[in-house]
Write a protein that binds this ligand. Sequence first.
Ligand SMILES: [Zn+2]
Length: 468
Amino acid sequence: MSIRKRLIITSKDQNPDSGNDLLSEKADSGVFSKIFGGASGVSDVRLSLRSLVFGLALLTGLIGFLVFQTFFATAGPQVESLNKPSVSTQSAKNGKTQFFLGIDTSDFDIRVDVLDQTRRLDALLTSIGFTPETVVDLLEEARKKDIETLEKGHEVQIFTAKDGRKERSVLWYKISPDRLAEIKGAPFPQVNIHMLNSYTKVRAAGGIIKTSLWEAVLDRGIHYQMLDRINEALKWSVDLYHLDVGDKFKLVYDENWVENELISVGKLHAVYLETDGKEYFAYLIDNISEPGYYDKVGKPVRRTFLKAPLQYGRISSYFSAERLHPILGDVRSHGGTDYAAPTGTPILAVADGEVLVESENPNNGMFVKIRHDQIYQTQYLHMSRFAEGLQAGARVKQGQVIGYVGQTGLATGPHVCYRFSKNGVEIDPLKENIDQPVILTLEEKDRFYETRDSFAPILRRIVYFKEI
Ligand SMILES: [Zn+2]
């Protein structure tokens, strides 16, 4: 039986008047997060509160009330909601006493244990110091509430009274993200289930790129899970790995909260990107037959070809008619686009097609050639290995992993040389614009307008922060 001690919070404040026998609807967000903080982004959010929020606007919109905020020079990603948590946040008057679900935490030493395989509730209760009679009563209560079995790997928070009275101990067990069990011995043995308030907040944020989009997004306190959604919405239109300093982005998206803890991010409703003097919009329309992101006139952003054969990587050499070959030393054209990435980075088929060649030669190293249709073919060079089971004749889907970055053949470092040919001639895929218009029905078009017109004003009102 092992107990892993993870966190101890003690307070110098002693307040003998605040017992643990009254259940009041009070909790302090800070304490809650410290105790149940976990891996959510909420700590990131708090950490980046170097600043103040200047603007806050409330909108009535698509999904009832939307709450959004604007980000300024010093604005941190504080979030507000109209849906008050059922267990509200409240700090005590002296600013030091902290309540956790009605309990004055300054009265207790708090430790967080992780249940191991052999841990049983009765043993746990006994180890806390409850009397055998109390343990029997608590087990009976726990059975009634259906929590007599505690799952391994779950955390149990144990509050031990600083006055040494063991019966005052309280044990917290998070049954699920939104249900918390409270097991206490005083003033009488009882097991209470607290329903934690789960709700969705719509959040708006914007930023200016200093190094990369990814850093700028994280810098604004936006949950890292949003990166994939941004990528999905914009990768078809923009080379997200080659944005410039000063490029700007704006987002409107959902965050899923339980009490004061950010659990995950939800939909990315709208995204805007300004780069190279152009503006890009993508709106998520999911109540139609071809759900996905659509641009500001209702054309799908999704294209026949991915913008790049890697999800993460940077362009190290562009397609060009002439360049000095780094190894051979002579001037020759570069019929591909090189994406530098660590060896082993997955290489993706940019479109559906059939594998024509899966082979190796001294120049290309290990490479794959795919025919997409009568007109277009693509090649991927210098792989360290092929994807398992991939061979000539195989059908591949867009985004399917076909191999991994390496530096086989003529290569000075790990990269994939991506070659795109049209009617047998190598061309620059970044300049080829092939999209497949999806025709929305009249009814779907209406849904598009409705969504776009709800979020476009929000996007417009997001203010960028300014660096001083
Ligand atoms: Zn190349």
